[in-house]
Design a protein around this ligand. Sequence first.
Ligand code: F6P
Length: 374
Amino acid sequence: MAAVKRVGVLTSGGDSPGLNAAIRGLGKAAIGYGMEVVGFRDGFRGLAENRHVPLDATALSGILTVGGTILGTSRDKPHRMSVDGHVVDMTAAIVENCERNGLDALVCLGGGGTQKNALRLARAGVNVVTLPKTIDNDVALTDLTVGFATALEVATEAIDRLHSTAHSHHRIIVAEVMGHRAGWLALGAGLAGGADVILIPEIPYDVERIADAIRERSERGTNFSIVAIAEGARNREESRAYRAAESRREAAADRAERDAAAAELAALEADHAGHTLRLARRLEELTGLESRVTILGYVQRGGTPSPVDRLLATRLGSAAADLVRDGVFGVMVAARRDGTVAVPLERVAGKRKTVPPDHTWVETARHVGTCLGD
Ligand code: F6P
């Protein structure tokens, strides 16, 4: 095993609180092992364009509590990058830049897409280690992702605050929570914030069931309700159509079939825009209660990381430095209980961790009388 001297690091995909804490954890531990650390700007694009900064002790100081990522991020993929208006495979340029910079290892901090992209680079010969980060908590085979805990706090506080205004005005307030195609954030914040209705992608909803639950509350004398809805939640018909298109894409025999299914999915995504507003209007019609919508949006991703995220990010970052030192590559550093495990990227890439229908949070929500729309 050759000694690692120089480590590259980049952040890719949507930002999340705790990224800087992870960069710091990795960097400080790596410097402690005598390594040099270099940060690449704006995800895989910065690596393809060879834009980098030294991450020495001074650069790593004071960033633990800072939100976002000091390196910048992007959703660019190595094999499909837009360059001068054309989509170009930049994998070879990236491998060349790794060599030119004398990188013995590359640590990529990102969500599901980043795990796939990192695997592509590993297959192209780069010594890759990844860390799971996303507020969506949907990366496979890790207990938690960096950013989720903070977003959960922010969304829960929002739901707490919406209670008093919904109560005062006798309204339904529908709060849309991020999470992409997973319901972890809406379910966690809804449960912690005591939402009356929680709607997640994993449990397709029936609007009549939701209206029944709200009417029952009114009959008991409580004429306001909070609905926490995940951005990816769909009613039963929409969900059926979406899943059918997804299965067609997965089963596609050739590129033409795959492209057709992808176009169908894109059209369904486009139709989905504004769904929270439509749901609120329909609930107003069905219940007679005035309805309002609050889309929590990017506030969930911004700002200083919570202590839970700082701990997680520091733990995963420093564990990544250990793996690099030990020459263990092609793996993601997963959080497992109080520790970490190295999971082969082949097992993570292309998988999504969604909420199992019998998950303890789902069962708990049902036990306390929360309507899940089914
Ligand atoms: O993956 C994190 C996330 O915030 C999702 O919850 C959301 O669907 C998406 O990113 C938004 O992406 P963008 O920053 O590209 O608008």
